[in-house]
Structure formats: C-alpha cells, structure tokens
Design a protein around this ligand. Sequence first.
Ligand SMILES: NC(=O)c1ccc[n+]([C@@H]2O[C@H](COP(=O)([O-])OP(=O)(O)OC[C@H]3O[C@@H](n4cnc5c(N)ncnc54)[C@H](OP(=O)(O)O)[C@@H]3O)[C@@H](O)[C@H]2O)c1
Length: 264
Amino acid sequence: MDLGLQGRVAVVAAASEGLGYAAARALAAEGARLAICSRRADAIERAARSIGEATGAEVLAVTADVSRAQDVARLVEAVDRRYGQVDVLVTNAGGPRVGTFFELSDADWQAAFDLLVMSVVRMVRGFVPLMRKTGRGGSILALTSYSLKEPISGLMLSNTMRAALAGLLKTLSQELGGEGIRVNVIVQGRFDTERVRELDRIRAQREGITPEQVVRRYADQIALRRYGHPDELARVIAFLASDAASYVTGAALTIDGGLVKGLL
Ligand SMILES: NC(=O)c1ccc[n+]([C@@H]2O[C@H](COP(=O)([O-])OP(=O)(O)OC[C@H]3O[C@@H](n4cnc5c(N)ncnc54)[C@H](OP(=O)(O)O)[C@@H]3O)[C@@H](O)[C@H]2O)c1
C-alpha cells in the first residue's frame, strides 16, 4: 500500500534510539522528510545519519529535552526554519522514574509531569500552527504505554501521567478534528528497547531473579509469547500518520502482541 507520505514533513520526538528512532525510520522509508530530537547531541546526530543513509531521506537533527519549554520552542523554530510546515507529529519522551508511591518526592512528580504531559502540551501548541499551514490537516500520534490500560506495578508515575494524556489527547481530537487534524494515542506493550531492558534489570534486582527470568515471565503473559520488535510498532505508526488512516481519530490503539487482557 502506498501510504502517500512522500515529501510530507514528520517530526518525531525522543528519537535517537528505541521506539522513537524506529518510528522516524519507518516514516523516512515511506518518503517523509524528518525532524528528530533527543537530549544527547552525538546520539541524535548519529541517528539522523543512519536514517539518512538507510532511506535517503532528509533528516534534521535537533538537540532538545522535551521536558523543557525553551527546548521545545527551539525545536519548533528549527523545524519552521527548515520546512515551514508540518504534516505529522509523533510525541514521545523517555520513561519516568521507577517507584511506588512512598518512594517518590514532589520533585519526581513534577519532573514526570513536565516530561510526559507538558512535553505533549508544548509540542502540540508549537506544531499545530505549522500543520495549519499545509492546508490539508495533519496527524498527531502520542506514544504512551500500556500502563494507560492497566497499571504496571512499581511504575506509579507512568500509570498516572499516561492516564492524564488519554484525557488530553481525546479532548484535542475533538477540538482539532474540524481542521482535519487527527489525534491518536499509541498504547504500546513491551518492546525490546534499552528502556525495557533497564526496567527488567531493576525488577530482577528487586525480586532476586535474573533479567532473563523477568523477560520469560512477561512473555508468558503475552498472547504472542514474546516482546515486540520496535519496527513492528513503527509500521503501525507510519500507517496511522498517513492519509490511509484518514478516518481514524480519537482512537487509542493498543499494539502489544496481546498483553493487555481488558476487552477495550
Ligand atoms: N519500549 C517499550 O516497550 C515501552 C513500553 C511502554 C512504554 N514505553 C515508553 O515509550 C517511551 C519510549 O520508550 P523506549 O523504549 O523507546 O525508550 P528508550 O529506548 O530508552 O529510548 C528513549 C529515547 O528518548 C530520548 N529521550 C529520553 N528522554 C528525553 C527527553 N527528556 N527529551 C528528548 N528525548 C529524550 C532518548 O535519547 P537521549 O538520551 O539522547 O535523550 C532516546 O532516544 C518511554 O516513555 C517509555 O516509558 C516504552
């Protein structure tokens, strides 16, 4: 299927590795022109080079921490200067601090709010004006977590902030739909990335078992009996970003190999 993304401009946040990187590469492979960001200058430059070499796409790399207002403003400015408009925005960030309720301070809560909620607020506020310039609407996709569907033990901050995002994004889909701007939520299960390897190491340490045993235990709860590969998420993101998904908005799409057991 031709997704019609040729020449479209896609911004992918937190994309030097993991799920953001895979999403950016998939969009580039479909012909999109990219802007990607992350905090480490060397890592994001390396990612841009590798995507450019693999796909031939134009890639703008910006060093930016999405939890900081001034960095998001700089990212928006850089994209405006280079491309002047935006078709696709994929919001993403690193994972918040691990911890149960009494292990977390006010500063931890504030940091998680800035990282997971305010980053999306600020990116949407900054990039929607550039989407309006295309005259053909746009697509906003927010990476969240399956903690939005069922709380993950020991991840109080993720469990709380992802739920807030669900409210924000559903409301945005209503407010922006009239302009042809679609807003959808990606509810990802467990994918093999550095973040998940780190979480599995922490859990193994807490429970006195090996990381391999943690992986096996999770995999046994997944219908497909394995973690996902980031490219398996990225292909769905490319589809939802494109006009092929022109009637999909306000949806929270679970991509988890059958991990979540709820009916909805
Ligand atoms: N992997 C999964 O299975 C899974 C499941 C559920 C939810 N999630 C969530 O999905 C998100 C991405 O996960 P991942 O597995 O891809 O993580 P990852 O492999 O650790 O990659 C995180 C990426 O985000 C960048 N980043 C981190 N903090 C940032 C910030 N403040 N501003 C800008 N960029 C930042 C990192 O680059 P720099 O270090 O250069 O900034 C890196 O490119 C996380 O929020 C995670 O909690 C992941």
